[in-house]
Design a binder for this molecule. Sequence first.
Ligand code: UDP
Ligand code: MG
Length: 307
Amino acid sequence: MGKMTVIIPSFNEEDNIENTAKVIGETLSDAGIEYNLLFVSDGSTDKTFDIVESLSKADKRIGGIQFSRNFGKEAAIFAGLEYAKGDCVAVIDCDLQHPPATLIEMYKLWEEGYEVIEGIKSKRGKENPFYKMFSAIFYGIMSSLMKMDLNKTSDFKLLDRKVVEALLELPERNTFFRALSFWAGFKSTSVTFDVAERKAGKSKWSFSGLVAYAISNTTSFTTAPLKAVFVLGVLLMIFSLVLGVQTLVNYFIGVAADGFTTVILLLLIIGGCIMVSLGIMGHYLARIYEEVKGRPRYIVSKTTDEE
Ligand code: UDP
Ligand code: MG
């Protein structure tokens, strides 16, 4: 028997907090699992944290922290890991899209000795086709790099204390929780769950936010795009060799190469490649700059009183 801390990242979720706390609390206590709930209000500007505070007064198992501003879900998860005291730690969305009943299944696996229990979506929830295509491309790249299928992974997980400590040891600020738990290794297993409809409120993701998230995750996890730049260079070199040979042959048979268009085209192609490559390198440079500054991942402005 061990205690479970449930981390719930919440950004402007005032309509969800109370119900979520009730549903998760009831599910766990019915199963006889000792728990506490840790709401991480990611710089919410609505009543999210006030509600957490009042719930916390009535029920000591509920607590929370408030960020000074919005730092993003990754930061919220890591703050939760830092503040969690349980022997095992779960991360679940505040909108009940992750079914709380699955927590029981995860807990049982943890008791059996598993240290990382991944929540895998049985299928992706309802999404618009554009979003679907985009995430398919992103996860396709990531999955082949990591040699595992990330498309159905989620942030819904249960981690053993040991794993939490290992993740907190990581010095970097730009993290990708979903993949890091795989990366960490340990004795792992997974459970599948059906993505439910969002209980109340709207999704916090905009399309541009998702693009930024995808790029940041790729660059924080792998240097493959940098290697792609090299591959691109090699391809261009081969192309220019072929073109050179062709021009030589033409010269000897006495056909003049038609110059102007070719020159402009080549300039454009090469220019484009250089710009893209510089952009990719610039992105990594920015990443290094961010890490070197060593700013904290998040700033906590308030916490509910601890027991
Ligand atoms: N979230 C957060 N910080 C953010 C955005 C979202 O803590 O900047 C939380 C949000 O409150 C929710 C979870 O992350 O509990 C998932 O967000 P959302 O439901 O908006 O994403 P979706 O389910 O649409 O992918
Ligand atoms: Mg959601």
